[in-house]
Write a protein that binds this ligand. Structure first.
Ligand code: ADP
Ligand code: MG
Ligand code: ZN
Length: 493
């Protein structure tokens, strides 16, 4: 039996207005014209001088403090030298030996319970440009041999935060959970938009396997450029199986860089000579050491919001929610805020019921609308109005779901819809007594079979009464009355 060992390197674009070492704006690559947000610094013109973006450092510190890292009083930018067409300077400015922060941790909620994953380091660097390869293909019929690559330097110099874990993850699922927890955290902090489709969060997974019980680590491979949680989880799972198989056959695992082939769902070796070479790191001569004063750190620490992990703990303790519900509710700050606003507006409603409505019906409607909570026509106060009516027994749950769709579509309050459509629940015992006797009178055959022992017909009678009441009857009152009338018949009265 083998055990898998995984460490993740995560690159997060930092949501600043301008780039890491120049004043160029950070633009949306899918919107802006290629090479429209560039200057001599980020295009690597000789003699151009970099200046550190204070805001990027602040964001980096927000993330590092939230991960419980030790902040270095002084960190050093270095040149990482290599050639690639998306890197006009011929080196990337990154922090190497002395990073911004070290020794943090991130908690994940795996199926076996909570796990603490150690974070080795957090450092700042700059992104590269973006290459688009245009291959001759049946779809783009270029003459043979006319393939070429396009380079867009709008992304060159965009601040990146690199967060490196210790090899503490033990399964593909844990790798995904770690990635998700980190995304949630960065979104709470406003450090990264979490918009995976735009590639603002990229993962590199280092994977090795070893026989269970062994202490040392086996040879690892590194899967580069994963930009979805699905790709992360699947590629790691694939690599674990592949390496375990090699071990079983007594063959060596070769240390190499792999890519994830989305079409074939396999990992494949990437032979990039440059990556293996010595980067010949040396301190960036154009930038002084980055000194971070204690006072600034404290100021940033004070400005941190309640983080997902703390909120999760509070939701479980204060509201007695299951860990499952709490996990879903805290994942996104606007959802957690909505939930708590709902509870404040509906003090009679139990947190469990409120959680079910938010994660069930409300999420369903939100997905239908393809939107986020922020542009939802149903405010927490409006939903509270609806749940109060359920709690008071004025409407039953199926009716409430219909009313919610109405609120979602029209923006009207629950009261108004219930009034206008006459949806109030019938709880009046006399009225329900009549409906029950009517149904029993109309169906003598079924009553006979029930009396002969076919007890399951009780559900059928219940359905008939609810149908007669157009779903508006109080189900408990109907059940009680039905039981009463049927047992009277049983005893022959
Ligand atoms: P590099 O900078 O060359 O990529 P590092 O030693 O800094 O290498 O490690 C990078 C990542 O690889 C870290 O997340 C670390 O936890 C992980 N890692 C290191 N050794 C192993 C291993 N044997 N198996 C799995 N992951 C590993
Ligand atoms: Mg690496
Ligand atoms: Zn620039």
């Amino acid at each position: 039996m083998y055990e898998s060992i995984i460490g993740l390197e995560v690159h997060a674009e930092v949501a600043t207005q301008s780039k890491m070492f120049c004043g160029c704006p950070v633009v949306d690559l899918t919107q802006a014209a290629p090479n429209s947000a560039v200057c001599p610094v980020c295009t690597g013109m000789p003699g151009a001088l970099p200046v550190v973006n204070r805001r990027a450092v602040e964001y980096g510190l927000r993330a590092a403090l939230s991960l419980g890292c030790e902040i270095a009083p002084q960190s050093i930018f270095a040149r990482k030298n290599y050639f690639y067409p998306d890197l006009p300077k011929g080196y990337q400015i990154s922090q190497y030996k002395e990073p911004l922060a070290q020794n943090g941790e991130l908690r994940i909620h795996a199926s076996e319970g909570a796990r603490v994953i150690r974070v080795r380091r957090v450092h700042l660097e700059e992104d590269t440009g973006k290459l688009t390869h245009v291959f001759p293909s049946p779809l783009s019929p270029l003459p043979k041999g006319e393939g070429h690559s396009l380079v867009d330097l709008n992304r060159a110099g965009v601040p990146l935060l690199e967060i490196v874990s210790e090899p503490d993850l033990r399964s593909a699922e844990e790798a995904r959970l770690y990635g998700e927890a980190l995304r949630n955290l960065l979104r709470y902090l406003g450090v990264n938009s979490g918009d995976m489709q735009k590639g603002v969060l990229r993962f590199e997974a280092n994977v090795s396997v070893r026989p269970i019980g062994e202490q040392g680590f086996g040879t690892r491979t590194e899967i580069k450029n994963l930009n979805s949680f699905r790709a992360l989880e699947r590629s790691v799972a694939y690599e674990i199986v592949r390496q375990s198989e090699l071990h079983r056959q007594g063959k060596p695992v070769i240390q190499q860089t792999m890519g994830w082939d989305e079409d074939r769902q396999v990992t494949a070796p990437q032979r990039w000579k440059e990556e293996e070479d010595d980067y010949r790191y040396f301190p960036e001569p154009d930038l002084p050491p980055l000194a971070v004063e204690g006072e600034w750190i404290e100021e940033i620490r004070r400005s941190l919001p309640e983080l997902p992990q703390a909120r999760f703990q509070r939701f479980v303790e204060q509201y007695r929610l299951s860990e499952y519900d709490a996990d879903i509710l805290v994942a996104e700050q606007p959802v957690a805020d909505y939930f708590e606003a709902l509870l404040r507006a509906a003090p009679k409603v139990s947190p469990k019921l409120a959680a079910n409505w938010v994660t069930g019906e409300l999420f369903g409607l939100m997905n239908q609308a393809g939107g986020s909570l922020s542009n939802l026509a149903v405010s927490p106060q409006a939903l509270a109005g609806l749940l109060d009516m359920v709690e008071d027994g004025r409407i039953n749950t199926p009716t409430a779901k219909i009313v919610l769709s109405g609120m979602f579509a029209s923006g009207q309050p629950a009261e108004a819809i219930v009034e206008a459509k006459g949806l109030s629940q019938i709880s009046d015992v006399d009225q329900i007594t009549q409906m029950v006797s009517h149904v029993l009178d109309e169906n003598p055959e079924q009553v006979t079979r029930y009396l002969e022992g076919k007890e399951s017909l009780a559900n059928w009678f219940f359905g008939q009464v609810m149908r007669a009441a157009e779903g508006k009857a109080n189900p408990q009152v109907v059940k009680d009355e039905l039981t009463r009338q049927l047992s009277l018949k049983m005893s022959g009265k």
